[in-house]
Ligand binder design. Sequence first.
Ligand code: UDP
Length: 360
Amino acid sequence: MSNVQKVLFCCGSRPELIKICPLYHKLKTIPTITPLLCNTGQHKDLLDPHFTSLNIEPDYCLNVMRKGQSLDQLMALLFEQLPDLFDQASPHMVIIQGDTATALASAIIAHKKNIPLVHIEAGLRTYDISSPFPEEIYRQNITKLAKWHFCPTEKSRQNLLRENIPAENIFMTGNTSVDMVIKMAQKLKEYPHPLSEQKNRPYFLITLHRRESQGAPLQEIIHSLIEFSKSKAEFDFIIPLHPNPATSDMIRHLCSDQKNIKLISPLPYPDFVQLMAKSYAIITDSGGIQEEAPSLNIPVIVVRNNTERYEGVENGCLRLAGTEKKTILYELNLLFMTKIIIKECNRHAIHSGTVSQQTG
Ligand code: UDP
């Protein structure tokens, strides 16, 4: 009988794939473990281009994405297709990441089939089940099903302890997206600038995709960006558009007349890290970018009412701006003034020969 253990990673979205990469590649180097990867196809268009740039290949591909599908239809297709896949792969362990429909459905099927489950990025919480929606609901339930919980921070570990998860099942592993972005940042010189026209022109980088922001909050966020971009003609505002039409159609419609707002397609991960690293600041509702940007020393304005990554707020790397025009513009102007002050202080320190510890 073979003593090789099969470990099945299940993912379906861009951030899941990026964040499982370090562990997947590490397990590949261990002769007694065979890591297997299932791509459920939850965000097929967004995910597929990343396999090449991340040097990873799925062993199994499901087909759960339908145009315009609801969350319920997505979940139904996951429950239809995942059980057979688990039977075919017959893993000794299942590993999931984060808080997607793929992660929750895989967790439930693993539990039903009595396969031990590892959860990466365990313990993130807002304790508001409507924000982020549905992610907060999914991750609270995944915690109930997982055997081992890999926590990125002490705060997330404390959340799980408060929820009566046994301490011996919780591991403080750090954040795999930070591992990824640091590794990628070391290689940035090997890559040309993804947008050559931005080489000599400063820019804000913007990503928006949260489901709970769709509609009126998103409209308010975009109006703030338009107003701010009008007052800062020397900057560009670059938005890689999320394919979800509920977001991208509104952005296209509202931003079409503003010349320094530039809408582009989603970028492969190395290009996106490069774009983040060279930006003046990032404006986002993304979860992963709140983790990555501080490692690149780029300030982030979070256009949400709460965050499960509160460590960044406490450290001053993230500013929680809400979704109202008044608060977003306040935070953008504050950031702008702070950066000018820091730049001036550094200029004077260099001029007078004092070594400055401050950064932009
Ligand atoms: N990302 C990327 N290309 C892009 C935009 C984002 O590779 O054009 C990466 C980004 O670096 C981060 C992840 O996608 O690792 C974030 O994904 P998203 O914001 O869609 O999801 P969330 O983190 O909010 O779950």
